[in-house]
Design a protein around this ligand. Structure first.
Ligand code: HEM
Ligand code: HEM
Length: 229
């Protein structure tokens, strides 16, 4: 009884405090560990004539050139993986936010809630997340070059991300003992939320920091404005 009281109340609040405080800590760490810097002027000067020479030979606006360039990107090289990653992340983030069951609880405890999607839609999105988890699992088990760099922690991360979806699905469909399943669901959700800022899951913040803010880290957009100290 004591454990279920803990999972039902204090641990929910504690997990959200961990999430917000931990995320703030990570962002502040990034700010203190990095500094703003102009891009290296010598690099730009060196790059300019090279670019000019290339453009004499290539029509950069042609479809053939653009297609060849696209084939070199991660989307061109691994289209199936990238499609699954995008579908997985969209469903992973949107499902818990727009889930009717969650919004009722949110409204009861804060008086606020997000709009809810029909339950048949969130149910399908839940199954989509689980199907993507299976895809990632099989990829790690059976694709040699992926297996070679996979460690135990990759399987752990995949299980921790998938567990709230599996237990949520089973609870919603009343598979097994409902009270036990919903407790397992809440506990797995709380564990995931607590772990977000302190594990590999922090890529949800560092993806944007690396790709848009840090110079020379495969930066997208304007090329970044900060470097590590
Ligand atoms: C913080 C603790 C959480 C609580 C208290 C909670 C509570 C609930 C409740 C009451 C339901 C409805 C079950 C039913 O209709 O009988 C539910 C379903 C669900 N929850 Fe959570 N949840 C939590 C965390 C999470 C997290 C972190 C995720 C995913 C990231 C998640 C994903 C889901 C999904 C996908 C379903 C429904 C599955 C379906 O309809 O097929 N939950 N949750
Ligand atoms: C907006 C936020 C996020 C972005 C931009 C993002 C981006 C990415 C990217 C680029 C990958 C690598 C895909 C690849 O291997 O090619 C990835 C993998 C992954 N992400 Fe996220 N992510 C986000 C949020 C999250 C969250 C909140 C979770 C879980 C709670 C999560 C769980 C995972 C997992 C488990 C993988 C690894 C799949 C595998 O085993 O290969 N992500 N993410």
């Amino acid at each position: 009884m004591f454990i279920s009281d803990l999972i039902n109340g204090p641990l929910v609040r504690f997990s959200f405090i961990c999430f917000f405080a931990g995320t703030l800590y990570q962002v502040l760490s990034f700010i203190t560990l990095s500094k703003t810097r102009d891009r290296h002027p010598a690099r730009q000067q060196r790059a300019a004539p090279e670019r000019k020479k290339e453009s004499d030979l290539l029509d950069r606006t042609s479809f053939a050139y653009r297609f060849a360039m696209f084939r070199l990107t991660v989307f061109g090289r691994y289209p199936v993986m990238m499609a699954v990653t995008i579908i997985f992340h969209l469903a992973l983030i949107l499902t818990p936010l727009f889930l009717f069951g969650h919004n009722i609880l949110l409204d009861v405890s804060t008086g606020l809630h997000f709009p809810s999607l029909p339950e048949s839609v969130t149910d399908s999105m839940t199954m989509t997340v689980l199907a993507c988890c299976l895809f990632f699992l099989f990829r790690r088990l059976f694709v040699k070059r992926v297996r070679a760099i996979t460690t135990f922690s990759d399987y752990m991360m995949l299980s921790i991300a998938g567990a709230p979806f599996l237990t949520g699905l089973l609870a919603y469909h009343h598979v097994g003992h409902y009270e036990t399943m919903i407790l397992a669901h809440m506990l797995s959700g709380e564990i995931m939320i607590m772990m977000l800022p302190f594990t590999k899951f922090i890529h949800m913040i560092y993806f944007f920091i690396n790709r848009f803010i840090l110079i020379n880290q495969n930066t997208l957009g304007k090329g970044g404005s900060r470097v590590w100290r």
